[in-house]
Design a protein around this ligand. Structure first.
Ligand SMILES: *Cc1c(COP(=O)(O)O)cnc(C)c1O
Length: 383
C-alpha cells in the first residue's frame, strides 16, 4: 500500500462554507464583520513598501515583538474586550476582569491560527495511552486532532440545558488519569462558565494533568481564566486573533500559560515549522494589539447586535441559548435546522447548520454588522 496506516485516523475538519460562486452575507464562520483597524492597514502597507527586503528574509522565529504586544494588550484589557474601558488612547480592564499579576512575554506562545496552536498543544500534552476528556458538543477540531495524533477521547454529554457537565467531566478525568479540554464560552452553544466555576474545577482536577481552556470567544462577554494562571500550573489558555481581533485572514493564534508550558509547546513548534508566523502577520498582529481600543469598540458593537438579535429570535418563537460569544445557537419547534439554513441561503445569507445528531435542529448564526442583522431579520420574518 502506498498510503500509511495513520491515514485511516484522519477525519478532516469541515469549516463553514467559503463560497466562490456568489456574494453572500457571510454569517456562518464566526468571523468578525469589521475590517482590521486602520492602524493595522497602515502598518502592513508601510512594512511592505519600506522594507521589501524583509519579505525575502525569514521572519523572527520567536515573534518577540508580537509576544510583548500581546502581553501588554492582555494587561490593558483584562482579556475581555467587550467590557474594557476606553478613554482617549487609554484602555483599562473592567474591575471584574483585572488580572492580579503582570502577564509577561514569556507566558505567550503564538502560532499560525489557534488551530495550529491547538494541534501542537494536543501533541505536547495528550497521550495515546490515556483518554482526554472533552464535552460531547464543542469545537469540532478537537476530535480531528485526536484522530491525527491517535489520542483516545472521552466525550461527556452536555446537561439538558446544554451547559457543561463539569462534575462528570472531572470524574471521568480522574478515572482516565488524563487531561481536559473545552471551549469557554463553548461552541457551538455559546454558553460560558464563570471563572469561579472553572476555578472550582481546577481545584478538584489533578495538578499533574493538563487543563486546556479555549477562549476563542471570551472577548464578547465571557470571563477569562487568565487570572487563574497564578494558582494553577497545569492550565493552558488558547486564544485567537480570528474572532475579536478581526484577523481570521491573517492566521494568528496564541496561548497564555506558565513559561514552562510555553517552552514545551515551542519545542513542538521548532520540530515541525520553525516560522509559523510570517513577517507581515507579525507586523499586523503588533499593530492590532497597539490599537486595541478599536477592537474594544468592535466587540461592544457585536455584543449589542447579538443581544438585539437574541430578543428578535425569542419574539419569533425560537429557543435561543444565552450566548456570550459572537454567534447565537437557536432552534424552532416544527422547523428542521437544515430547512432554516436553506431558506436563509436563498435570501443570500449564509448561516451554519450541523448535521451532527443531537444538534441537527439548531442553526448557528454569526453576528454581523447592524445592517447585515437587519437583512437577516427580514429573511427570518419570511421563513
Ligand atoms: C474559531 C475557533 C478556533 C480557531 O481559530 P483560528 O485561530 O482561526 O485557527 C479555535 N477554537 C474555537 C473554539 C474556535 O471557535
Amino acid at each position: 500500500m502506498i498510503i500509511s496506516n495513520r491515514m485511516k485516523n484522519l477525519h478532516p475538519y469541515v469549516p463553514g462554507e467559503q463560497p466562490k460562486d456568489r456574494v453572500y452575507i457571510k454569517l456562518n464562520a464566526n468571523e468578525n464583520p469589521y475590517a482590521p483597524s486602520p492602524a493595522v492597514q497602515k502598518a502592513v502597507l508601510n512594512f511592505v513598501q519600506q522594507h521589501p527586503e524583509k519579505m525575502g528574509l525569514y521572519p523572527d522565529p520567536d515573534a518577540t515583538q508580537l509576544h510583548k504586544a500581546i502581553a501588554k494588550m492582555l494587561n490593558e484589557t483584562g482579556g475581555v474586550l467587550c467590557r474594557a474601558k476606553v478613554q482617549g488612547n487609554k484602555v483599562s480592564p473592567a474591575e471584574e476582569d483585572k488580572i492580579p499579576f503582570e502577564v509577561t512575554e514569556n507566558m505567550i506562545y503564538t502560532g499560525n491560527g489557534s488551530d495550529e496552536v491547538l494541534s501542537f498543544v494536543f501533541y505536547a500534552f495528550f497521550d495515546s495511552s490515556k483518554k482526554f476528556v472533552m464535552p460531547e458538543f464543542t469545537y469540532s477540531f478537537y476530535p480531528v486532532y485526536a484522530g491525527f495524533y491517535n489520542i483516545p477521547m472521552d466525550n461527556v454529554p452536555l446537561k439538558s440545558d446544554w451547559s457543561l457537565d463539569t462534575d462528570e467531566m472531572l470524574k471521568r478525568a480522574e478515572n482516565n488519569k488524563g487531561g481536559i479540554i473545552f471551549a469557554n464560552p463553548n461552541a457551538p452553544t455559546g454558553l460560558g462558565l464563570t471563572r469561579d466555576e472553572v476555578r472550582q474545577m481546577l481545584k478538584k482536577a489533578s495538578p499533574d494533568e493538563i487543563f486546556i481552556v479555549d477562549e476563542a470567544y471570551v472577548d464578547f462577554g465571557g470571563e477569562s481564566c487568565i487570572p487563574l494562571l497564578k494558582e494553577f500550573n497545569n492550565l493552558v489558555i488558547v486564544r485567537t486573533f480570528s474572532k475579536s481581533l478581526c484577523g481570521a485572514g491573517q492566521r494568528l493564534g496564541y496561548i497564555v500559560a506558565s513559561e514552562e508550558l510555553v517552552n514545551i509547546v515551542t519545542t513542538v513548534k521548532n520540530s515541525v515549522n520553525h516560522f509559523p508566523i510570517d513577517a507581515v502577520s507579525q507586523v499586523s498582529g503588533v499593530a492590532a494589539c497597539e490599537d486595541i481600543g478599536y477592537y474594544v469598540e468592535c466587540s461592544k458593537k457585536v455584543a449589542e447586535e447579538r443581544d438585539d438579535f437574541y430578543n428578535f429570535l425569542k419574539s419569533q418563537g425560537f429557543y435561543v441559548l444565552e450566548s456570550k460569544t459572537n454567534f447565537l445557537f437557536a432552534k424552532k419547534e416544527g422547523m428542521a435546522g437544515n430547512d432554516i439554513y436553506k431558506k436563509i441561503k436563498e435570501k443570500g445569507i449564509l448561516i451554519r447548520h450541523f448535521n451532527t445528531p443531537g444538534i441537527e435542529d439548531f442553526v448557528r448564526i454569526t453576528i454581523g454588522t447592524h445592517q447585515q442583522m437587519e437583512e437577516l431579520k427580514k429573511a427570518f420574518l419570511d421563513l
